[in-house]
Design a protein around this ligand. Sequence first.
Ligand code: SF4
Length: 362
Amino acid sequence: MAIQTMWKDRLSFSDLEGKAGEETVARIERLGAMGCALLRFAVPDLEAAEVLGRLAGMVSMPLVADIHFDYKIALRCMDFSVAKVRINPGNIGSRDKVEKVLAKAALRNIPIRIGINAGSLPQDLRAAVDCGSLDRAEALVWAAERELELFRQFNFQNILVSMKASSIADTINANRLFSERNDTPLHIGLTEAGPLIAGVSRSTAALTVLLCEGIGDTVRVSLSDTMEKEIVAAREILCAAGEMAGKGFIAGEMEAARTGETGRRLSGKRGVSIVSCPRCGRNSFDTHGFTEKWQSALYALDKDITVAVMGCVVNGPGEARHADLGITGAGDKALLFRKGVMLRTIAASEADEAFAEELGKL
Ligand code: SF4
């Protein structure tokens, strides 16, 4: 199962040069270490295609070009080493334009994702939904199957499909229905899921159902929040669904070829598990601030470990003892544990340095 996220802002050439370029590359590589196997970029015009093309030569992360309306942008993106192109054929234009895109994708062996969205259904299907003669989930499937038929007419088979809605029920029903009738790989996710808490809650409800039914080959949790939090959320949802279904989620064949070590590394492994207390009036250690500060770095580790971050001695030493690395408040000090053994007592101001040092020894 390949996790993906989407770059949140428009990139320009200046973002790829000098110190800014180093920071851009470092952030993308960090996303890869956290478990992101595919990174999608909106490509609204030809200049953005040139920027994406240059970036593709700077990072190891497979990049996906997301294109609407103009087939020439898709053609230009495929001059570069993009891992996938996402289009909505319904808004790419006439049949001959779609044919040109597919011909080049076939030549370059680039998969295409047919991205159907409830907010941009074809006009006839939208009208049928609006007048109540067609269920929205069925409309999503019909829209996808229409495009699949068009692709088949051009003998193009290197395809993924996504059918996204902001409704949990529509997302589940559309993906269920589609997978009953087709064996095309599916990218799954709830679109416009909302801010962090709402988005994670809603995505978890939809995705765990689909994942437990074996539906989905790539996944994205769309949040009005950072890419890093989307990756953490997706990883946790995959782990939770894996626990529920009693199985691990393994990258689909099509994606495995493209995701490289980063994508495969997550297969069958949980990675880091963070146990942190919610904090209460007894706390003498800022668990919220410490966890927020360390979260991305911990999720980027290629280690199956449990880390406990606790506020006080009520539950702190107990949890910290059971973790591979634990830190807990204790009066005006903090206690550091590694694999059940208390290592040292430190001042809160020394917590980051001591934690980093012990983490490096795991
Ligand atoms: S570990 Fe301590 S600070 Fe954290 S919730 Fe429990 S009692 Fe409160």
